[in-house]
Design a protein around this ligand. Sequence first.
Ligand code: NDP
Length: 314
Amino acid sequence: MDSKCCELLAEKYETRWGQLEMSNRNSMGIVKLNNGICMPKEGYGVFQIKDLDICERCVLDAMDAGYRLFDTAAAYLNEEAVGRAIQKSISAGMIKREELFITTKIWIQDYGTQNTRRAFRESMERLGLSYLDLLLLHQPFGNWQEAWRTLESLYLEGKVRAIGVSNFTISKLGELLTQAKIKPMINQIELHPFYLQEEALAQMRRFQIQPEAWGPLCEGQKGIFTNPLLRSIGEKYGKTAAQVSLRWNIQRGVVVIPKSVHRDRMVENIDVWNFTLSQQDMLAIAALDVGCSEIIDFESPATERLLLRWKLHE
Ligand code: NDP
């Protein structure tokens, strides 16, 4: 499919998204990516939900709670469960395919022209989808250059509506930008009140690459849910520390994809569209920054060695 066809496809989707936005289903914000595609500003992530039945139930619960963006990856080993939930909800008339925004990611082991194509095909089979909304390179290691060229081809063929990367540091994203024929639409990186990554965000802003936060709740670490500052700010708005953390990222232009296996927390995490943090609160939260990740260091050769060793299949 040539780029003109891709534009036509994008227009078709935009019309549907436009209608959805007008119907204001859950008053959740929508962001326009650099190729004109619309994406919900909040979604639901399924990392570490390994049990397929639990994962399927969680995705159905999350849809019911109002989430429309779902973030999985070949490496999470639960694409099949996400796919089952999508098929069930569509068959039950709960949702239409075009209302959903589905993301998956290619693992390092599958980087390379033929490998990436095969991995994409297998992900699509597990998800039971005929097109994907967003395809990401999961990590900036291995032969990501060749894998990126394959993502560009899949995009031009109309198989994916948007392509992007994940965990690309400033230097890796810079390197990609010097080679890419198509600019990534997304970079999904760790972003939460303890790790701001302001310089990375500035770079993405400059190149119109949408930042998306993984671990927006710091994976539940560093006492985020009982942090005195986040709690006291929350009290002013009748919100929890989790809601304040998510809203803070949203207000600085970041898409968030919190994960919870608990229905009440899913509802809590999406109930962030009826308040606005003041500039003063935004600045106070930013002062929580510790300036580095305490989860994983993408600049470290040890991280690269560890992730290169992680195999999904023979
Ligand atoms: P999150 O920051 O979303 O935190 C999830 C943790 O917080 C879980 O332990 C969850 O527990 C708990 N939690 C969630 N909501 C609440 C709440 N309201 N109150 C109290 N506890 C809560 O971490 P994730 O790592 O899951 O990040 C989100 C998503 O980002 C992932 O699911 C995945 O899709 C993506 N991701 C991408 C990565 C990448 O390399 N590209 C890396 C990591 C994540 P419980 O489930 O028990 O409620």
